[in-house]
Design a protein around this ligand. Sequence first.
Ligand code: AGP
Length: 595
Amino acid sequence: MCGIIGYNGVSSAVPFLIDGLKRLEYRGYDSAGIAVISNRNIRQEKKKGRIAVLSSALKKRDDMCGTIGIGHTRWATHGSPTDENAHPHKSGKFTLVHNGIIENHKELKEKYLKLCDFKSETDTETAVHLINRHYSGNCIEAIAQTVKLLEGSFAMAILCEDEPETIFCVRKASPLLIGTGEEASIASDISAISSKADTLYRMADGEIAAVKKDCIEFYDFNLNKIDKERSEFSVGYAHTEKGEFDHYMLKEIYEQPEAVKRTVDSYLQNDTLNMPIKTDKPERIYIVACGSAYHAGLAGKLFFEQLLSIPVSVEIASEFRYCSPLANKKTPVIIISQSGETADSLAALREAKKKGAPTIGIVNVPESSIATESDSVIYTKAGTEIAVATTKAYSAQLSALYMLAIFFAEKWQTAEKKQLSDLTEGLRKLHICIKNALGCEEQIKEIAARFADTEHAYFIGRGSGYAVAAEASLKLKEISYIHSEAYAAGEMKHGTISLIEPGTKVIAICAPNGLNAKMQSNIDEVKARGAEIFAVTCTHETKADTCIITAEAPHPMMSISTQIIPLQLLSYHVARLRGCDIDKPRNLAKSVTVE
Ligand code: AGP
């Protein structure tokens, strides 16, 4: 998604802006730009491609020496990645950067801006021309008049040559944070806020901020002053470096044991789960999410239904939000999100609340929109996750779902005490089992070499094995660009088996769920058509061309957490052999804050 950065202090803005843009790179982007106010003139530079391209262009500019500036990494929505479509965009005395989508930009252009000279294909440029059109000497009034006309989602940082001491910020549906302290900084997420900040403001929807280097004023869109709550939040750099790892993704794969342990330890004290959740025994539970978070939800369904004997619907957020869901006050809705800013998941949360459903967020980023708007929230303690392909946050989400199911089962007395104490013991050992599962990397490197030139791969499984297959398939696709599908093993023969031909790679996840004989039949079916079979299994009885024996899980119901590990490593090493951009895969963003 697009990234916004801003600086208002006493040092030169350019180095801070470039460093901040680099800290936002992991969000995914295809162009970047900055603007600074220098002697009451706004100077800007923007380039298609990586930040390195922008930096080398800036080396030729000696006129960008101001102490106030804004920057942007663009993930193209309207208009292809070009220099002209990169942000900032300028009109008259105003220059702005934007994250989100202005959905009515065409109508506004038609109604108000027919005579304007547009330089780009972006929706964003409509906003800066509108502000300029409304401007008659008062910046914040012009901004307020404009934002009331905009529909969709927007976080904006705006400069005006007539107010060279101020950065104006606007927020509606796309996140924007402001750090204050020795200097003021603005960012789409906490990793780019100044490390000198000692206070954090999280802008809410419908707010405008006037940010000077030593004071901030907040208003609503009708320009009523807001006395905004400060959050004494030690910001620091949420970032860490790669250390001895070549990629953030590999580092985060190896951080999974500690990520899971931190998450479990934050809620399991002295054999008791303390979950901040108040809800009566429901008729049904919804789990709603996108991508890997959705795959964690597939695992959660199995766990919840086995322990609670309550039907669980796992929904893709972009579907849930538009299908007028049957959620109500008796059907809690659990929203799972690493970033807490995924537009579809946030919209699904708001839809669930409109239906009167109790909402529970399982979120990794503190103070994110989903965390703050959910009725209650369980934090995964995975730490900052930089790689676009999630690993440690996904594993932490699984542990949060295990804990929530055990907590509910204890509260509603829907499972035997012995079973629950075994599972609680399993929670305590989970991080050790994940650490043991990481021991397969050498075998995985050898297997990866056999995938490097593959065009297609199929992941099959039953029950929890299918939940693993779904996540493993996404991992392979998103970082190695190999086409891959996850299939319920028993479903292959209903059509997709027609795609199996000699040499087709099939990865069979054989979970310890009593279905191994059935899995073996499915393996035989595809093997009979020439497939090369890789089996991920905890036992040695599986007949396959290659067996990946994973470390035992602390409880059979938690095998997802260990069986996913070799497949995360497989996707990493295949992508590495194929020379892919592992931490920033093409076309992807870390947090998809647009529809
Ligand atoms: C996972 O590897 C992907 N990067 C993506 O599917 C991600 O899980 C999805 O966009 C949801 O993101 P969220 O957890 O931040 O809501």
